[in-house]
Design a protein around this ligand. Structure first.
Ligand code: FES
Length: 126
C-alpha cells in the first residue's frame, strides 16, 4: 500500500479545514513544480495556538500533511509550532512516499509563514 492508513484518514476526513476571519497570522505557500497551494490561519492567545485552520489546493498528501500539522500545533506554544518540522509531520502520518515528502514540507512552511505574519503584526507576541 502506497499510503498509510493515517494519510488516507487525514485525506478523507481532514481536520481543521476552513478559515479564521480574525486570524492573528496567515501564511500562504506554494510549490512551483506541482502548483499546490496551502494557506494556514492562526489564532493566538498568550503565545499559544488556540485555533488553527487551513485551506489546501493540492494533492492528497498535501491535504493530509496540513491536517496533521494543524493537529500537531493546536494548543501548543508559538515556539513549539515554530519548531515543527516536516519530518515530524511525516512521522505522525506513519510516513509518505519519497516523491511526496515535499507535500509535508509545504505544511511546515505554511505554519512558519503564518507565524512570520503573526510576528510582523505583533513583534512582542500576544
Ligand atoms: Fe505537490 Fe503534493 S504533489 S504538494
Amino acid at each position: 500500500m502506497l499510503y498509510s492508513e493515517k494519510v488516507m484518514d487525514h485525506f478523507m476526513n481532514p481536520r481543521n479545514v476552513g478559515e479564521i476571519e480574525d486570524a492573528d497570522g496567515i501564511g500562504e505557500v506554494g510549490n512551483a513544480k506541482c502548483g499546490d497551494i496551502m494557506r494556514m490561519y492562526l489564532k493566538i492567545e498568550n503565545n499559544t495556538i488556540v485555533d488553527v485552520k487551513f485551506k489546501t489546493f493540492g494533492c492528497g498528501s498535501a491535504i493530509a500533511s496540513s491536517s496533521m500539522a494543524t493537529e500537531l500545533i493546536k494548543g501548543k506554544s508559538v515556539d513549539e509550532a515554530l519548531a515543527l518540522t516536516n519530518k515530524a509531520v511525516t512521522e505522525a502520518l506513519d510516513g509518505l512516499p519519497t516523491h511526496k515528502i515535499h507535500c509535508s514540507v509545504l505544511a511546515e512552511e505554511a505554519i512558519k509563514s503564518a507565524l512570520d505574519d503573526f510576528y510582523k503584526k505583533y513583534p512582542d507576541g500576544k
